[in-house]
Design a binder for this molecule. Sequence first.
Ligand code: NAP
Ligand code: GLV
Length: 312
Amino acid sequence: MSDHIVFFSKSDIPQSWQTAFAKVRPGARFEVLSGAVTGPCDADFAVVWHPPHGELARMTKLKAIFSLGAGVDHVLGDPEFPSHVPLSRVVDPTLTAGMSEYVVLQVLALHRGLPGYIAAQRRGLWRPSAPKLARDVRVGIMGMGVLGRDAARKLAPFGYRLSGWSRSGFEEAGVECHRGADGLKAILRSTDILVCLLPLTAETRGILNRETLALLPAGAAILNAGRGAHIVDADLLAALDARHVSAAALDVFAEEPLPAPHRYWSHPGVIVTPHVASLTNADAVAARMSASMDRVNAGLPPFDLVDPARGY
Ligand code: NAP
Ligand code: GLV
């Protein structure tokens, strides 16, 4: 199959993807784009992360677009996004496993007060405090999709009291289900550690703000591995300064890399990680994308199809 695949990402290593596609789709022409398309582009498939706005619309022969991540806000945020072209996202067991490892790591760190101990160590202070057992800690997960559900399953063996929130409702053994606006209030009021694994959409942008953070019990902690723009940063910093929120583990930021003067870098209650909660594995995902390309060439939708109207 001599498909023309164009690749654009400033965060992924193109050679890894070129090698991965050479294995699974040896006849394809793999073209790495480093910037704007200057002439006509006859690509069949685009594999992208944060493509420059307007670029996908210029590729008039596209049969499908593949996001290099689970999230698609980086594509749907393009005002010229060609919504008639099928858009596929990453759903992959390695991505899911990586995210659950990150969630378990940070939930345990927040539950056991690690940010406070690291801050105390920097000042040479020996300040023990009695930890709660996991069975007395309420973890609320916003976004019970592929990643949220797996994170809940991996947290369950520790004994945490789990609840989750989604748009349409879900069923997951051992997890209290919340949905909709009332459900949001209920989960916030009954959560000690809030985990955000939502996609970024018009409805979820800024969802963690002064009003919603105020609903959390005093001393609650936040883990955000969804997108930075889920949080109104000034509101979270005010809640941290007032100790209403005790700590935050943040992997994603409204601006990435997180700018040097940002207060998150130095706030004693904040753990910053550089958008590494879970990374896309080129070998595994190129194989899935190639299988999707076969489907598209046969007139079928790709796997892991996104609904652009819903935004995820
Ligand atoms: P997913 O399977 O599409 O799940 C999304 C979940 O969010 C679903 O449960 C959905 O509800 C819920 N949701 C969406 N809009 C909502 C709303 N307005 N109100 C309430 N719930 C809402 O997505 P996923 O694969 O789990 O990925 C989630 C996000 O994680 C990605 O979009 C990306 O931003 C982020 N991510 C980050 C990293 C990282 O390294 N930091 C890595 C991978 C992914 P329904 O079930 O009702 O549809
Ligand atoms: C990473 O942020 C992803 O969306 O996969």
